[in-house]
Structure formats: C-alpha cells, structure tokens
Design a protein around this ligand. Structure first.
Ligand SMILES: Nc1ncnc2c1ncn2[C@@H]1O[C@H](COP(=O)(O)OP(=O)(O)OP(=O)(O)O)[C@@H](O)[C@H]1O
Length: 323
C-alpha cells in the first residue's frame, strides 16, 4: 500500500457495557487522512471507549467504523490491530525485552526477517531522538519516563501503520518533559503525517496538538468539533466555554494567525514599526509589541508589508455563536 495515512469514519457508533452502562450513546466523527484529532471531555465521557472501538479492543454495540472506507468490524481484529499503532499512558513496554526488541514487536509479528526488523527499530529510535547504539540494548527500567514514552511511540510507528491511536500518551511524565515530548511529537508528525486520534483531559495539550478537537460530554455526546482557534474564539455552547476555561482568551492568541485579524495598511508612517511574518500568531505579535513598546506591528509576507495589527485588535474576540 502506498498511502501513509488513512481517513477514519465513525457513524452512529455506540457502546453499552454488559452491566448496562451506556458509555457511548450515538457518536459520529470524520477524521481526514493525515489529521491529528484530539478527543477531550470530562472523566467518564467515553473517550477511551471510542478510541478502543477503532482498533476493536472494545466491540461497538452499534454503528459502523471505517478506515479508508473499509469496515473495521468485518476485518480480523488481530490483523486490524497490526495496522494500527496504539500508545497508552504507561506505554506497556515488555519489561524483559530490550528497547530494540520492544520496538520490533509488531514487525516480528508481521514476519519480517531479523535484519529488516533491526534496521527498522534503529531507524525509529533515531526518529524519536534516542541513539540506538546507546539505548537499543537497554531494558525499559533503565530509561526515564520520557524515554520510555518515546520508545512507546517508536514501537507504535514501527510497522508503518496508517493510523495511530494515543490514549493520554504524555500524562505520566512531568509537565516540562511533557511539553518537550509534545513538541518532538509534532515535529515527528510533520514528517510522518499519520492519521492520529489522541485522547487527553488536558486542554492545553489539545490546543497545542490538535488539528481539530472533539469536545465530549457524558455518553460520548459530541459538544463541538472544531479547530483549536475556532473552539477558543467561538465555543458552540456555555458547556464548551466552561470546559475550555476562563483563560481561553490567552490560549486563543497562541493558535490564531495574525493573518486572520490584520487590517489593511493605513498610509500613515510605517517607518520604525516592528514587523511579524504573516504566518506568526497573535501571541507572537503581542510579544513583539511588548518588547518594542509599540501599539501597532506591520505584518509582512516575503519581507513586504501586507497589513497591520493593533494591540486592540489582538484582544478583540470575534462574535461568539449564540448560546
Ligand atoms: N468494562 C466496563 N464495564 C462497565 N462500564 C465501563 C467499562 N469500561 C468503562 N465503563 C464506563 O463507561 C464510561 C466511559 O468510560 P471511558 O473509560 O470510555 O471514559 P473516559 O472519557 O475515557 O474517562 P477518563 O477520562 O476518566 O479516562 C464510564 O462511565 C465508565 O465507568
């Protein structure tokens, strides 16, 4: 298969556990190929259940799930899982196997020869920033929490899956390591462009990582499915607004491009005004304004001024959807 990523569709999916708990009532979502979608919501809202239905660790009680148009419920679950990377909170590395063997697990199950498995494991360790010569022969207990998490990601990517499912992948490490792992992971994702569904309860992580964010309430009720910027500037309901938090205005700055709020150049003197690139965020523009004590910055594209942003415009919130 040439494709490196696949679209995922969940249509009217539900899960009632044998004890009668309706974990997910009726959930639908489309994830585009190569997109990183975050599922976020209160504890018990059904996030993990939804994630695990995609690789059939949990069998849905209703609805249809397709990956690139193929119904996952009609595929052999073991075969299916080998094409889907899965990363969980405490990684679940095999304690008695070396790092290299852990990373090669799925490739081995797929019947690759030893040389190819070894080469692939080293390539993946490199990719997640662990020197194979230094770490390949170690055992999981000889690594830090952050390093273990990287091995988990390398293992999930080893068989080049079309889809990656991640359940609170960064929550077991301290905030500083977490931020670094998130950043590294985004760089990795820019290179491999997998289709990723990531579960978190951390709104900052969702905003930083997600191309789109699905906000869930109890029973897998989908409150809003939107880009981070849209979610923060136009929460669809009071429930979503409460969930994304009081400091959403600040978060919005980090995900809104200056391009979205810039005004036309007004003929007045531009000499000496600080500049930001059109690809920069409002957060960047504000930082420049504060550093240079300026009320206006010029927005440039390929070095030429194309617009301007004022300090007032930075803090203007677009009209919210009525609630
Ligand atoms: N095996 C099970 N049997 C019965 N109920 C279950 C089972 N697993 C989960 N549940 C229930 O289903 C609901 C959804 O659980 P799920 O783990 O999907 O939520 P979550 O959003 O991932 O929660 P958290 O953020 O706390 O991890 C919860 O009410 C939970 O108690």
């Amino acid at each position: 298969m040439d494709a490196t990523a696949a679209s995922i569709t969940l249509a009217d999916v539900g899960k009632v556990y044998p004890d009668g708990t309706v974990a997910v009532a009726d959930f639908s979502l489309e994830v585009r190929a190569g997109e990183l979608v975050v599922l976020i919501g209160a504890s018990g809202s059904g996030k993990s259940t939804i994630l695990r239905m995609i690789n059939r660790l949990i069998e849905p009680t209703r609805g249809e799930i397709t990956i690139d148009g193929r119904n996952v419920l009609k595929q052999d679950p073991v075969q299916l899982r080998r094409q889907i990377g899965y990363v969980i909170q405490n990684v679940g590395l095999f304690p008695h196997q070396t790092v290299r063997a852990n990373v090669g697990t799925v490739a081995k199950l797929l019947g690759w020869d030893r040389k190819r498995i070894g080469a692939r494991a080293d390539e993946l360790l490199d990719l997640v920033g662990l020197d194979p010569a230094r770490y390949g022969k170690r055992y999981p207990h000889e690594l830090s929490g952050g390093q273990r998490q990287r091995v988990g990601v390398a293992r999930a990517l080893a068989a080049d899956p079309l889809v990656l499912l991640m359940d609170e992948p960064f929550s077991a490490v301290d905030p500083i390591v977490r931020a670094r792992l998130q950043e590294e992971f985004l760089r990795l994702q820019a290179a491999v462009r997998k289709t990723i569904v990531l579960v978190t309860h951390d709104i900052d992580e969702a905003v930083r990582m997600g191309d789109r964010i699905a906000v869930l309430a109890e029973g897998g009720r989908l409150l809003q499915y939107a880009t981070p910027a849209e979610l923060l500037s136009r929460p669809a309901s009071a429930e979503v607004r409460d969930f994304v938090g009081a400091d959403r205005g600040i978060r919005r700055l980090a995900v809104t491009p200056v391009r979205e709020v810039m005004a036309a150049l007004d003929g007045a003197a531009r000499d000496g005004l600080p500049t930001v690139d059109a690809a920069a965020t409002l957060h960047d523009a504000l930082a420049v304004m504060l550093t240079d004590d300026a009320a206006t910055v010029l927005v440039t594209e390929n070095g030429r001024p194309v617009g301007q942003v004022t300090r007032t415009a930075v803090f203007e919130t677009p009209a919210e959807t009525a609630v």
